[in-house]
Design a protein around this ligand. Structure first.
Ligand code: ATP
Length: 593
């Protein structure tokens, strides 16, 4: 027992300077003591004669020695219990939060904000999930803040405010007119409008357009408003949708022109602006590349917001005269996978000419969309499992082919390509060997364009048209492809080549893994596994995949160089034998040819 001495301030009290010296200040800071007296869980009889003074414990005269010992033991027990409770983080609020007694709470030391490794990891994980495509967090912000705000401030239109003009098109689900506004007060910016009188899917199209207007307005036609109109005659309802008039040419109209792609160059750059290059594959490639960049950028933005268009085709890509760029129109078949709008697993609305072989954007096993909030919370998982955006990439790949090969621009040309491609298991290399067997002007022109810059265009189109959606390149990855990096004076830079080879390597690896796993999956016997003799024979007979590998491309390049050198040397030797003086410049010209 500790030594005690009579207190100088209060003679009826004895001070024990070393009683639980280590414990008392800690307990004081945890608020188990009010004022100078012990309260709370302490047995009443014991607490009355005890008080804490500084780092010591004072005991009133007459308090039994046993009582003091028991109090000290209680201090220690409380200390252990407290450590256990706070350590695990479970207990009554005041115990866990160490908030202390109401009266003396302000005197307690403040608990600082602590950063721990698991805490940081958890936060990063949650933030990554919330911002992963299609974006749960931006989705909630859009749904609960931006959309209601927009509804408050945007003008409301009626049929009477519009006067309809020329019919621009008529589809299965509605009729489209050029229109003007009779009530000019409604919009700040004047100009012609486009009205779609939709008899089906109008509300869905309005939803998609509103979402796009808020999330990525530059990628699609400028949407103004959508409203429900009840027709007087049959009591039927029509949905009227309003856009700004972007221009009179879709990509389909421009591609139908014999002068394509030079007519697009003129639209983008103005007359006679692109003439730094003579007409030919290089200039055509430059124009096609800039159209593809615009289409892919628009798709990347749509996909980032969780919308899959499902009807990408030249007829739905319009040239905006104001922004001098291509924009996407007709979101009637689009699906918003952030909240599951217009997504019915076993239903597809598509144009068979441009649709990807899988036809559905999600596995048909995927259940119908649950209520919006749950669908939004689950959307990153479903997106990663199905990669629905690759559906649009296939359609964009077909548009790329059409731009390169003039014979594919007609419906019949495209349909026949689709047939041939399907028969060759969606393998572009096989299709190439088929059509190169009986070449014509259009075919040669197409391959000339695609083979420029070491065939980067050809590589990109293969990545866009893969049979399996999961193996197709995404819009963002396509935009980062070396095809879109302008080749310098000496062709592709070292870094560009490195990236291209990496891309090729990874593609090749994927195919190797896929080939092995598909064989392993269906091979061997149940008991011992492995390959049967028939299967081994089958493997031996399987044709090697003829797609470009790093080694194959390097060999082809070396062969080309060897032939070129042999040709140049032979011509130079000929000239020497004829007695001509070989000028350096002639030699150089010959090498370049
Ligand atoms: N914002 C716009 N600016 C200019 N023209 C437009 C605009 N929107 C649509 N058009 C024109 O209207 C035509 C039909 O539009 P859209 O494709 O949206 O209608 P649709 O009824 O779905 O037609 P379809 O079923 O044939 O695809 C387009 O091909 C285009 O020429």
């Amino acid at each position: 027992m500790a030594m005690a001495c009579r207190s100088s301030r209060s003679p009826s009290w004895y001070e024990f300077s070393d009683v639980a010296v280590a414990r008392v200040p800690q307990l004081t800071s945890r608020g188990r003591i009010t004022g100078q007296k012990l309260v709370g869980q302490w047995p009443r009889g014991l607490g009355l004669g005890l008080r804490v003074v500084g780092r010591g414990l004072s005991v009133r005269r007459g308090t039994s020695r046993r009582a003091i010992v028991r109090v000290r033991a209680s201090f220690e027990l409380a200390e252990h219990l407290h450590g256990l409770v706070v350590g695990v983080g479970v207990g009554l609020p005041c115990t866990v939060m160490e908030c202390g007694d109401v009266v003396y709470r302000s005197t307690l030391p403040r608990q600082g904000f602590q950063i721990t490794t698991p805490g940081v990891a958890l936060t990063v994980l949650i933030v990554t999930y919330l911002w992963a495509t299609p974006g749960v967090a931006p989705g909630f912000w859009d749904m609960f803040v931006l959309a209601p705000l927009e509804n408050l401030f945007r003008p409301v239109f009626k049929k009477e405010d519009l006067s309809l003009g020329k019919k621009l098109g008529e589809g299965a689900f509605g009729t489209v007119f050029k229109a003007s506004l009779s009530n000019k007060q409604l919009l700040k910016k004047d100009g012609p409008l486009v009205v779609k009188r939709a008899n089906e899917y109008g509300a869905v199209e309005a939803w998609m357009n509103e979402r796009v207007r808020r999330a990525c307005r530059k990628s699609c036609a400028d949407f103004v408003h959508g409203f429900l109109h009840e027709t007087s005659s049959k009591g039927k309802e029509e949905f009227w949708l309003l856009w700004r008039y972007e221009g009179n040419a879709t990509l389909a109209d421009l591609m139908a022109n014999r002068d394509f792609p030079y007519n697009v160059e003129e639209l983008i750059l103005g007359p006679r602006k692109g003439e730094d290059l003579p007409r030919g594959p290089e200039r055509q490639n430059r124009i096609v590349r800039s159209i593809m960049r615009q289409i892919l950028s628009a798709l990347a933005q749509l996909h980032a917001t969780g919308i899959v268009h499902r009807d990408i085709k030249p007829q739905n890509i319009i040239f905006s005269e104001e922004t001098k760029s291509f924009k996407i129109i007709d979101l009637g078949a689009a699906a918003d996978l952030r909240v599951g709008i217009n997504y019915i697993p076993k239903e597809f609305l598509l144009d068979p000419r441009y649709s990807a072989p899988e036809q559905y954007i999600m596995s048909t096993q995927t259940p119908s969309a649950p209520p919006a909030i749950i669908a939004a919370a689950l959307s990153p998982v479903l997106w990663q499992m199905n990669l629905p955006d690759r559906f649009d990439i296939y359609s964009a790949g077909l548009i790329y082919l059409q731009m390169a090969f003039p014979n594919l621009r007609t419906d019949s040309g495209l349909i026949s390509f689709n047939r041939q491609f399907k028969r060759r298991d969606y393998d572009l290399v096989k299709w190439r060997s088929l059509v190169e067997g009986k070449p014509n002007q259009d075919i040669m022109q197409g391959f000339e364009i695609l083979d420029l810059d070491d065939g980067v265009g050809w590589e990109l189109v293969q990545d866009m048209l893969r049979f399996k959606g999961r193996k197709r390149i995404s819009a963002n990855a396509a935009l980062a492809h070396p095809y879109f990096e302008r080749a310098g004076f000496l062709g592709l830079s070292v870094m560009q080549r490195l990236r291209l080879n990496l891309l090729r390597g990874s593609q090749q690896d994927n195919q190797g893994v896929y080939w092995v796993t598909s064989l392993m999956a269906k091979s061997g016997t149940d008991s011992v596994g492995g390959f049967t003799e028939a299967q081994l024979q089958n493997i031996r007979e399987k044709e090697p995949v003829t797609k470009g590998s790093v080694r194959r491309n390097a060999m082809a390049q070396a062969l080309r160089l060897q032939r070129k050198a042999a040709r140049t040397i032979a011509a130079t030797v000929d000239e020497i034998q004829k007695g001509d003086v070989v000028k350096r410049v002639n030699w150089w010209n010959r090498w370049q040819n």
